[in-house]
Design a binder for this molecule. Structure first.
Ligand code: AMP
Length: 221
């Protein structure tokens, strides 16, 4: 499980982990945005909340995640990115995972909020293929244009500063208790200071921590 406030680099670290471990990333944010983009009934029911940076109902997210975990590509493990986000989601997830031979590890990316607001203001997304760019760390070759398909890059609706502030407030109120929940239930947790290192440096530290852990034997690494 990758934890961290919006903009802490969860998506980037997930992608590194996917490549390293060969297991899928399950990003509830991506799954939900896909529903909104394709206009499914679920998408229509959550579009306004997503736009406002508010969490969508636990029942809906839990059902989406549990369905996804039943897919065969999750049999060797999976990386949860952006889930669980509330103590209720965490409790139900633990109940479901308790019936499987899964070992849980939490990686908590800790980033200063001022760094996050600056980072997200520089973020752009390709409306066609979803690739993320960043004015600081990951610029497109031609400014404002996607390297892969040439589409004009956009500011993701929920990266606007006022929405970022709402999301950080919501993270504090709802998601921090999830970290406490896992601490109390004895789930293994690594805290990574992710404020001022490059993404590969942060990943290097995550690898070191995980490699020193019995978890890696279970993952077959
Ligand atoms: P993310 O890309 O993870 O920052 O998620 C973007 C938005 O999707 C959030 O602001 C929420 O509206 C929604 N979302 C993503 N994951 C969850 C979750 N686990 N529970 C509730 N809402 C979520």
């Amino acid at each position: 499980m990758l934890f961290g406030s919006p903009g802490s680099g969860k998506g980037t670290q997930s992608k590194f982990l996917v490549r390293w471990l060969g297991i899928p990333q399950i990003s509830t944010g991506d799954m939900l945005r896909e529903h909104v983009r394709t206009g499914t009934p679920i998408g229509k029911s959550i579009a306004a909340r997503m736009k406002a940076g508010e969490l969508v109902p636990d029942r809906l997210v839990n059902d989406l995640v549990f369905d996804r975990l039943r897919q065969p590509d999750c049999a060797r493990g999976f990386i949860l990115d952006g889930y669980p986000r509330t103590p209720e989601q965490a409790a139900e997830m633990q109940e479901v995972l308790a019936t499987t031979p899964t070992t849980e590890v939490v990686i908590h990316l800790v980033v200063d909020y001022n760094v996050i607001i600056a980072r997200m203001a520089g973020r752009r997304v390709c409306p066609q293929c979803g690739t993320l760019y960043n004015a600081i760390s990951n610029r497109p070759v031609n400014a404002g244009v996607c390297d892969l398909d040439g589409a004009t890059l956009e500011v993701r609706e929920d990266d606007r500063p006022e929405v970022v502030r709402a999301r950080l407030n919501e993270y504090d109120a709802l998601t921090r208790p999830v970290i406490d929940f896992f601490r109390h239930s004895g789930v293994k947790m690594f805290e990574e200071n992710a404020s001022d290192s490059t993404p590969p440096e942060i990943f290097g530290r995550i690898q070191t921590n995980l490699a020193a852990d019995e978890f890696m034997e279970l993952a077959g690494k």
